[in-house]
Design a protein around this ligand. Sequence first.
Ligand SMILES: C[S@@+](CC[C@H](N)C(=O)[O-])C[C@H]1O[C@@H](n2cnc3c(N)ncnc32)[C@H](O)[C@@H]1O
Length: 341
Amino acid sequence: MEGGGFYNRHSAMQAAGISLLLEDWETTIRQTLLGEGPIVIADYGSSQGRNSMAPIRIAIEELRARAGKERPIQIVHTDLPSNDFVALFTALAEDRGSYMNAASNVFPSAIGRSYFEPILPPNSVDLGWNSWTVHWLSGPVIYAADHVFGGMSKLPSVQAEVESRSSGDWRNFLRCRSFELKRGARLLSAFVGRTEGGTGWNWIGDNFWAAIQDVGRDGLLSEDEQLRMTLHTNSRTIDDIRAPFGPGNSYEGLRIVKAEMLTVPDHNWPKYQATRDSKALGLAHANMLRAISGPALAKVLEGRTDKDLVLDAIFTRITERLSINPQIHEGKLASVVLEKI
Ligand SMILES: C[S@@+](CC[C@H](N)C(=O)[O-])C[C@H]1O[C@@H](n2cnc3c(N)ncnc32)[C@H](O)[C@@H]1O
């Protein structure tokens, strides 16, 4: 994610999705089995932390009610080593919404390591939160010559490779979490979803790709750079989520408590309807895209002295394209609650 706290400032779309999860999250917290000793909450793929504040604060409140004031609660935020952990710790210390405000016996920490391997000791986690991350795929990027989002490519060979990687990643993620969760512990995981009607990302995604091609036509990006500007993501259907579990609803010691597909409301749309300011709408979406994709695109331009100029050109072009034809953006969010059995 874009550093310097940029993701924290431009992830209101993700926050809108998270607010849809909070009712199930409260139920999950109430139903997770608590063992003895400090309570461990893992936040998998925390990024810069702002969007974790609400769910973790709710977890602290609910668990306090169950386990008492004296019980230490350890929060472990995890992300890739490249994550902006400075922004995370700054948000914990300074944000008005930080769950650390007025908290006692709460101990936050962070781990910089991919969750596609075990990152916490076996049987150590009481409760897990994971929002908006597992659509990012592992391993070498599967390049798509026809789209910026790998999972939105229409090329059959790309689609097949992406689906296979996505299915392997989901199984691997589940296996690693099962290793870490205590028996009876629960984990809520939510990521970009897909129904027969699609992901809801076509307007934004297609214009993102068209903007990259525009900048290519302006002579600022080579064919090869355009190809390598593939965001290594995919979406999953409810069937994809359930696939490893089979008819017995069990996989690697986990069971699905609940799986559902949500539609994230467009938090920008009411303001646009009131103001008809299509430039502001386009810019809000462009900033959201820059927050999630900036570092991946910058990597393609490594070594170029005009890197920032080219990136600015891409996001200016996206803003323009989205402003010309404003549409409501309502993406699909797949949510699954799991229990270690
Ligand atoms: C869009 S952000 C989501 C942040 C936050 N959870 C939220 O809901 O707003 C996706 C995060 O997933 C992280 N991520 C992607 N792949 C990961 C992996 N294999 N292991 C750990 N974190 C990963 C990224 O670094 C990024 O910080």
